[in-house]
Design a protein around this ligand. Structure first.
Ligand code: SF4
Length: 402
């Protein structure tokens, strides 16, 4: 008798899957995990949505703009799928996963009736069975499935994946976030901070190294607060650095309030760890930082960067800035500009504030006009471009969702 997994594999054998990923590196990694799960169940990945019977959209809720783009692509994908179904008689299923799934849950079906299933970040391991159920119900009745109540992912999803001769992979070290920065939806959609065990992290990296990976990025919303028994983040970096076969590694993302001198010493001394740090500033105004609930002042941040540069000689430094946060005045904005001029980041990623559901900042009036946000965006981009011109810029944007 075939077991349940085998049955899924038989029914879905050769079914074509397309995944579109919005948002940060955490989402990129989640999409890889979903591809791994569905690849094991017999799916074939395709490059274009029009070639797929099953389309999964992995979404980001961090800015309104990212959400708007998702709503607009769903209808277009459905049209393509139906054209294909008419031609080839294949199944047509669309799933929405990731942060928007968790944010809107079953409301997704009202906002977009073309979606067949909705799965939150802690439930992605259920996707193969969900698609299987939808396929079984095909033609009998219309069924919509949502799974958004999971608290923790099962460990096996981090190990059941292929690496397709890739040289680099992301490795999740912690899920969720408990910082509750007032503008950020992550704690609401990805839940409270949970650390994976260091033994499982090392096991996952070793599995990747055995398959030819040589470079790794450790991922978490706030990696600096990693703790598993006696193993803190610096200790974890030392363990990773000692792995045979690993050529280089880095990590994303750091929170200034948890960033320590010991971390800078580790970056300077560990041979395989890249000499770079992404340290989101968000604002140079102490008043705005307080409203954002960031837990540090501009002076603290400046000292931190000076300390980093003293310890990590020629280390790259990049940051994120949000402008147009509620009540941000010209004076607040100038504080941010001045800090950027002083610190001279190698790169800074500049975002315009947009209110996010459930967050504390949502209760504040979004009172910086669109024109002011645009003007400040241009001013700060021009400044940062001029600074970056004379500096090395990290090749890839870091966690763009923050
Ligand atoms: S901005 Fe980063 S640290 Fe703050 S709540 Fe969001 S994910 Fe957590």
């Amino acid at each position: 008798m075939p077991d349940k997994k085998d049955k899924t594999k038989n029914e879905t054998k050769g079914l074509r899957l397309y995944i579109r990923t919005f948002g940060c590196q955490m989402n990129i990694r989640d999409s890889e995990l979903v591809c791994g799960l569905l690849g094991n169940a017999g799916y074939k990945m395709v490059e274009e949505p029009q070639d797929a019977g099953v389309i999964i959209i992995n979404t980001c809720s961090v800015r309104q703009h990212a959400e708007d783009r998702v709503w607009s692509v769903i209808g277009a994908y459905k049209k393509e799928q139906l054209k294909r179904k008419g031609k080839l008689g294949e199944i047509s299923i669309i799933g929405l996963i990731g942060c928007m799934a968790q944010n809107y849950k079953e409301q997704v079906f009202e906002k977009s009736p073309d979606v067949d299933f909705v799965v939150g970040p802690a439930d992605i391991h259920k996707i193969p069975d969900i698609i299987d159920t939808l396929i079984k119900n095909k033609g009998l009745f219309e069924k919509k499935i949502w799974e958004t109540d999971g608290l923790k992912r099962p460990e096996h999803i981090y190990h059941d994946i292929g690496y397709d001769s890739k040289k680099h992979t992301y490795v999740v070290i912690s899920e969720g976030c408990s910082n509750f920065c007032s503008y950020c939806v992550v704690p609401f959609v990805r839940g409270a901070l949970r650390h994976r065990s260091h033994k499982n992290i090392i096991k996952e990296i070793n599995e990747a190294l055995d398959k030819g990976v040589t470079s790794v990025t450790l991922l978490g919303q706030n990696v600096n607060s990693y703790q598993d028994g006696a193993v803190d983040f610096v200790k974890l970096l030392e363990l990773v650095n000692s792995l045979k076969g690993l050529k280089e590694f880095n990590f994303l993302t750091s929170h200034p309030k948890d960033t320590t001198t010991d971390l800078f010493k580790a970056i300077a001394s560990l041979g395989k760890l890249k000499k770079e740090l992404h340290l989101p500033l968000q604002s140079g105004s102490d008043r705005i930082l307080k409203l954002m609930n960031r837990g540090y002042t501009s002076k603290y941040y400046l000292n931190l960067t000076q300390n980093y540069r003293k310890i990590v000689k020629n280390g790259l430094l990049s940051s994120d800035v949000i402008l147009g946060f509620p009540s941000e005045s010209e004076a607040d904005f100038k504080d941010t500009l001045n800090l950027l001029k002083q610190i001279k980041f190698n790169a800074a990623y500049i975002f315009k504030y947009s209110p996010r559901p459930q967050t504390k900042a949502m209760a504040l009036p979004d009172d910086v006009s669109k024109a002011e946000k645009e003007g400040r965006h241009k001013t700060i981009l021009d400044l940062q471009r001029a600074i970056s011109k004379s500096k090395v810029i990290p090749q890839k944007s870091p966690l763009n969702a923050k």
